[in-house]
Design a protein around this ligand. Structure first.
Ligand SMILES: *[C@@H]1O[C@H](CO)[C@@H](O)[C@H](O)[C@H]1NC(C)=O
Ligand SMILES: *[C@@H]1O[C@H](CO)[C@@H](O)[C@H](O)[C@H]1NC(C)=O
Ligand SMILES: *[C@@H]1O[C@H](CO)[C@@H](O)[C@H](O)[C@H]1NC(C)=O
Ligand SMILES: *[C@@H]1O[C@H](CO)[C@@H](O)[C@H](O)[C@H]1NC(C)=O
Ligand SMILES: *[C@@H]1O[C@H](CO)[C@@H](O)[C@H](O)[C@H]1NC(C)=O
Ligand SMILES: *[C@@H]1O[C@H](CO)[C@@H](O)[C@H](O)[C@H]1NC(C)=O
Ligand SMILES: *[C@@H]1O[C@H](CO)[C@@H](O)[C@H](O)[C@H]1NC(C)=O
Ligand SMILES: *[C@@H]1O[C@H](CO)[C@@H](O)[C@H](O)[C@H]1NC(C)=O
Ligand SMILES: *[C@@H]1O[C@H](CO)[C@@H](O)[C@H](O)[C@H]1NC(C)=O
Ligand SMILES: *[C@@H]1O[C@H](CO)[C@@H](O)[C@H](O)[C@H]1NC(C)=O
Ligand SMILES: *[C@@H]1O[C@H](CO)[C@@H](O)[C@H](O)[C@H]1NC(C)=O
Ligand SMILES: *[C@@H]1O[C@H](CO)[C@@H](O)[C@H](O)[C@H]1NC(C)=O
Length: 620
């Protein structure tokens, strides 16, 4: 509402380019405080107090995301300082300054900055297909987020921002639209990530697909940042500023900005269009509808946490996320929705869920594990809220009805039932913060797949800091043969962390880790491969006839390097709804394979030499 009124009062010419920066909008109609009054920003638009182009820098590179067939989100930041805007520093006790001219609380109440952007079909930016102008200011931490339109489907573009009327330009980025829903496309490659924890290591996993130029898009399943104090930064000298647990808007901005100094993160963002969702740590550990693990408010949502109410903390986290990520607001409903879908040709529908922040029933908060264990099979529990759940099932049906070859679900937490008594003991052997704590939601999903005869469903998962590859089965309900895979209704590929530590011991030895993997594979009938040891990522290559999934481990994340170890490769044939046998060709590099060998070959690939090279990538 705020946003709509503001635009009406602006002069037409100015309004278009102010509105062009999506970050002035609130991501939700019901949270107008997350939006910024354009009228107030526009009032400060006076050349005398403005910045000269030479005072400004593109401080954090460029990014693109949420590709559609005809448009894409482009992102950058242009600022007089690499530091973040300090309005709303509620935790430190500093009171934001009230500026009587602009009628708002800001510490650096600056004149807005104008940028142009252009999108071209060539790297030299000579064949320009789309241009635009947008404004930014301290109110939104000098971030710029625009939707470039009039683009052609499944096309690679190059883009650049510049400060208006100047030669002060951003780095050049590369972006790719998706195929139109009815188009045939021979194959699509996705690099899939989760759990990138800055103080624990370098984000080499982000850079390797850039160096190989091996995928079309990046999918991030969340835990893109961590909110905790960076006390583990010392060993490798990566302190995630600010050096404390984060609460305020400034804190969340600063944390995301600090992560965005990793050179491989910058390279991935500039080279691939990202499709991302948050997990819990973008806000706080083990979040649920009303709270998180650090709090004991099981009944009420407005308790104070580090000097900020829970609700305000979430707003701060959400606002910074929307400012800094190239993500679209698909529908401005009340609950800060980021669940959304992408039809990628007739090949697949990518369904991105929010199993974390959106209307989730109470989770494992560590002190209540026994209780959550007891209620984990209650029919009334919900992982996503009924609105999202219904949308999810309708998406699966609509995708099958339009005969898309595959349904790929981008989800935060491990879907399959995983008995982890090897780590947790026999009393509460499941991870109740994952789908195992919300068995009714899982049953309803499986029920929907079975009753609607929906085929070719692939779950992608993150969050666990380990790799798990399973046939998708409804244990105890439908017969399943782990040898042949008969009875399975799809597959799950759950990936390890980019850098977040192994839950079975940060510096666990390989043989001990492989022992744990063996115990896990033995304890779970549908679990075909498990790896505890490696940090890394996986790539999915999707064609009409099959999907291949290749998992990569990082040999050393204590410094920036282009090396990786191919760990295991899987394939799924269309219509078979299970992993192809022999699973992983009968042999893996690490972890444990249910029917096959672990052969440690020590083959390490230098991705800077391994590039498959169609020459379209950017210089690094
Ligand atoms: C902008 O970047 C230049 C070159 O890196 C640097 O010298 C200058 O201090 C930066 N200015 C600001 C305001 O950050
Ligand atoms: C910023 O701080 C002001 C003053 O304390 C407050 O009125 C406003 O709601 C805050 N906004 C956000 C987004 O935190
Ligand atoms: C940008 O650079 C070109 C070539 O050096 C120059 O001709 C032009 O005047 C510059 N434009 C601005 C706005 O400074
Ligand atoms: C929450 O309550 C439990 C049980 O009363 C207690 O063990 C735990 O320490 C409390 N946690 C916090 C953060 O207060
Ligand atoms: C999302 O799915 C709906 C069908 O349920 C479809 O109409 C829509 O085009 C899809 N959105 C995108 C961006 O592909
Ligand atoms: C879910 O399905 C399992 C069988 O796998 C069953 O034991 C359990 O009772 C079901 N729970 C609910 C809430 O439907
Ligand atoms: C699913 O398949 C079964 C057996 O082939 C059939 O009886 C049933 O009608 C189908 N259901 C739907 C919704 O297509
Ligand atoms: C791994 O398991 C084997 C066989 O159970 C055992 O002999 C070995 O000591 C274990 N290694 C470690 C490091 O736990
Ligand atoms: C979990 O696995 C252990 C070891 O295989 C077994 O003893 C236990 O019964 C299992 N628990 C459940 C709930 O399946
Ligand atoms: C998977 O599909 C691709 C593209 O059609 C094909 O080249 C490849 O041989 C297939 N792989 C398997 C294992 O079927
Ligand atoms: C990782 O690299 C560091 C140098 O940055 C080196 O000191 C360390 O030994 C390496 N670790 C392994 C396991 O090779
Ligand atoms: C791989 O390295 C390990 C540990 O250094 C060693 O035990 C093993 O023999 C090596 N494998 C091969 C095939 O060289």
């Amino acid at each position: 509402m705020l946003y709509l009124l503001s635009t009406l009062t602006l002069a037409a010419a100015a309004s278009a380019s102010f509105v062009g920066n999506l970050n002035y909008r609130s991501p939700s109609l019901h949270h107008p405080e997350l939006g910024v009054s354009l009228r107030k920003v526009h009032k400060r638009n006076n050349a005398a107090s403005g910045f000269s182009p030479s005072q400004l820098n593109f401080t954090h590179g460029v990014a693109s995301g949420d590709p559609y067939p005809d448009s894409i989100i482009l992102w950058t930041r242009i600022a007089p300082t690499s530091d973040n805007d300090r309005s709303n520093i509620t935790v430190s006790g500093a009171v934001p300054m009230y500026n009587h001219d602009t009628e708002e609380y800001v510490s650096v109440s600056t004149a807005p900055i104008c940028v142009n952007y252009k999108v071209a079909s060539d790297k030299a930016l000579s064949s320009v297909v789309s241009t635009g102008t947008a404004w930014t200011s301290s109110d939104i931490d000098y971030t710029v987020k625009v939707e470039a339109d009039k683009l052609a489907p499944f096309t690679t573009y190059y883009y650049q921002f510049n400060v208006c009327n100047s030669n002060n330009t951003s780095p050049i980025g590369r972006a790719k639209t998706t195929p139109a829903a009815d188009d045939t496309v021979s194959s699509i490659g996705l690099a899939v990530y989760s759990c990138s924890n800055f103080p624990y290591g370098y984000f080499n996993a982000y850079g390797n697909p850039v160096r190989k130029d091996s995928v079309d898009y990046v999918v991030h399943l969340g835990d893109y940042i961590y909110e905790s104090k960076g006390s583990y930064g010392a060993p490798i000298g990566r302190l995630p500023l600010p050096d404390k647990e984060i609460y305020s808007l400034y804190d969340y901005r600063k944390r995301i900005a600090t992560y965005r100094t990793d050179l491989d993160l910058l390279a991935s963002a500039a080279s691939f269009s990202w499709i991302s969702v948050w997990d819990d740590h973008e806000v706080a550990d083990n979040t649920w509808r009303d709270s998180s693990s650090r709090l004991n408010n099981t009944e009420q949502s407005f308790v104070m946490d580090g000097g900020v109410s829970v609700e305000q903390r979430k707003m701060n986290a959400v606002r910074a996320y929307f400012e800094w990520m190239p993500i679209r607001q698909v529908e401005m409903d009340d609950n800060l929705r980021i669940w959304r879908n992408f039809s990628i040709g007739s090949l697949l529908d990518l369904i991105m869920l929010d199993t974390r922040q959106y209307d989730r029933s109470i989770t494992d908060l560590y002190w209540n594990t026994d209780y959550v264990h007891q209620i984990s099979n209650d029919a009334g529990r919900t992982l996503m809220g009924s609105r999202q759940e219904n949308w999810f099932y309708n998406q699966l049906s609509a995708s099958a009805a339009r005969k898309a070859a595959w349904r790929v679900i981008g989800n935060q937490i491990v879907f399959s039932r995983m008995n982890e008594s090897v780590a947790y003991g026999n009393e509460n052997p499941l991870d109740y913060d994952a789908w195992d704590g919300y068995q009714a939601s899982r049953n309803r999903t499986l029920q929907h797949l079975y009753t609607q005869n929906i085929s070719n469903t692939v779950f992608l998962s993150g969050d666990s800091h380990m790799s798990w590859v399973s046939d998708l089965v409804w244990l105890d309900e439908h017969p399943y043969d782990p040898v042949t895979g008969a009875g399975s209704i799809g597959v799950e590929f759950a990936g390890t962390a980019v850098t977040s530590p192994c839950p079975y011991g940060q510096n666990i030895a390989l043989d001990k880790a492989n022992n744990a993997s063996r115990a896990l594979v033995q304890a779970n009938r549908e679990l075909q491969w498990q790896d505890v040891y490696y940090r890394g990522y996986f790539e999915l290559h999707i064609s009409y006839s099959n999907i291949s999934a290749s998992f990569f481990g990082m040999p050393n994340i204590t410094h920036r390097n282009p090396l990786e170890i191919p760990l295991a490769s899987f394939s799924v044939q269309s219509g078979e709804n299970r992993l192809s046998r022999p699973v992983a060709g009968g042999s893996v590099e690490s972890g444990a394979l249910k029917y096959g060998q672990t052969v440690q070959t020590n083959v390490t690939v230098d991705t800077s030499a391994a590039r498959s090279g169609n020459n379209s990538r950017l210089a690094l």
